[in-house]
Design a protein around this ligand. Structure first.
Ligand SMILES: [Zn+2]
Length: 80
């Protein structure tokens, strides 16, 4: 079973963006590798991240959700 909280071990915790990214990426990994997932957490945040994935792409959203230095991340993203 892959719990959402494991995703925080490779990223950061706290805030809607990080929680949504952690939840959505957890669900994606569980689906891809046919792993049983822990119960859904942060469903509203996860839906928001799904929309953001569609708008700007998963790589950028993941970077924004897990980067400890958000200002640096946004600067990097704006330069793409
Ligand atoms: Zn969390």
């Amino acid at each position: 079973m892959l719990p959402h909280e494991v995703m925080h071990l490779i990223g950061i915790g706290g805030g809607a963006l990080s929680e949504g990214v952690a939840e959505r990426r957890t669900r994606q990994i569980c689906k891809k590798y046919n792993i049983q997932c822990a119960p859904v957490l942060h469903s509203k945040e996860s839906k928001l991240i799904r929309l953001m994935d569609q708008l700007v792409g998963e790589d950028i959203v993941t970077e924004m959700g897990f980067n400890r230095n958000r200002n640096s991340s946004l600067t990097s993203i704006s330069g793409r």
